[in-house]
Design a protein around this ligand. Structure first.
Ligand code: NCD
Ligand code: ZN
Length: 335
């Protein structure tokens, strides 16, 4: 059995910098046509010059792979209209992090409300720059995303011309909010379609499945799976593949992030096949994102086949999801 994917896209990806960038960027560049690149470096990407320089470092790391890094800025509430107008041709979106909520987000926004963010969000609406949000409060870890839903709804209502992407949604509440506002969209990761908190911490603690937002309940996973499998028109694949070196994951104080980039398409094929929905995978991994972001990426044809593949135990210093395990789909060809 085979499936051909035309121009796969990863709409939420962490590529890091330096040695880590050299390890992980080629892996995404091989199988994806383009990806939205997260700006949470240390320090974060906040100027047009930094965007350009980071993009060049990514290009260097991927060599001659045909792959388009779609760059983002790290949201600051003092970005002016003039600044954004200048930066616009270098970026695809802006990513907003609540301060301190996840890896390298210390410089994020401490008070997310429509009044204090008004000037920047109005400018973004006018310039048609999408806003990607890591939507979590600083409450109890299992309630953080649920508590953030009213913030999404307030922003969506107050800025009706702003495209807002609820990044890596993990709950039934977020799924329900999606259809209440025409300008709310979402990305879903591979791991949140597969695991619940039980897999992370129900038995022996699994650091390589620990991420933000934390995986939730069975009913949440079901709600995510349903809209992904049916290729809901406002939902895109965004891996949130977030590599950390093995020593930072297998540590007392485990870094948050699951590394899935090299296995994402194969495991998605496995999952969609299991639910008899392979026909919808093309929309979930490409077509819907092209419509939402209104862009035409360079074509890349990836053929996947149902043939066992043993996931490497480690990629340089990074342990992937399903390390050392056998998955049932492989990449057959890429052109
Ligand atoms: C991401 C990272 O490591 O940069 N971690 C994660 O757990 N997902 C940041 C993020 O997207 O929250
Ligand atoms: Zn992320």
């Amino acid at each position: 059995m085979q499936i051909t994917l035309n121009t796969p896209l990863d709409m939420h990806l962490h590529l890091r910098d330096n040695e880590m960038l050299k390890t992980v960027a080629p892996l995404s560049a091989q199988t994806f046509s383009a990806a939205i690149i997260m700006p949470n470096l240390v320090p974060p990407i906040t100027t047009k010059e930094e965007v350009k320089a980071y993009k060049n470092r990514i290009k260097e790391a991927i060599g001659d792979e045909n792959f388009d890094p779609l760059m983002t800025l790290f949201f600051k509430d003092d970005y002016s209209y003039e600044f954004l107008k200048e930066a616009k041709n270098e970026i695809t979106a802006i990513k907003l992090y609540p301060a301190g909520i996840t890896t390298n987000s210390e410089g994020g926004v401490s008070s997310i409300d429509s009044e204090s963010l008004k000037n920047t969000l109005e400018a973004m609406s006018e310039l048609n720059i999408p806003l990607c949000i890591h939507g979590e409060s600083n409450g109890f870890v299992m309630d953080r995303e649920k508590e953030f839903v009213p913030v999404y709804e307030d922003l969506a209502t107050k800025f009706p011309n702003l495209k807002i992407i609820m990044e890596h949604i993990t709950t039934k509440d977020s799924v329900e909010a999606l259809d209440r506002h025409p300008n709310l969209y979402a990305t879903i990761t591979l791991h949140h379609l597969l695991v619940t908190l039980d897999d992370v911490a129900g038995g022996m603690l699994q650091p390589h499945l620990f991420c933000k937002p934390i995986a939730k309940r069975y009913e949440d996973r079901e709600a995510l799976l349903k809209i992904a499998l049916e290729a809901h028109p406002k939902v895109m694949f965004g891996s949130d593949s977030a590599p950390h070196p093995q020593h930072a994951k297998e540590a007392c104080g485990c870094a948050a992030g699951v590394f899935t980039a090299p296995i994402a398409l194969q495991v998605l094929a496995e999952l969609f096949e299991k639910h008899d929905k392979l026909d919808n995978l093309q929309k979930f991994v490409s077509d819907t994102a092209q419509k939402i972001y209104d862009f035409k990426p360079a074509e890349k044809i990836v053929v996947l086949e149902k043939k066992p593949f043993t996931v490497p135990a480690i990629y340089d210093t990074v342990v992937p999801m399903y390390a050392g395990e056998e998955i049932s789909w492989s990449i057959a060809s890429i052109s």
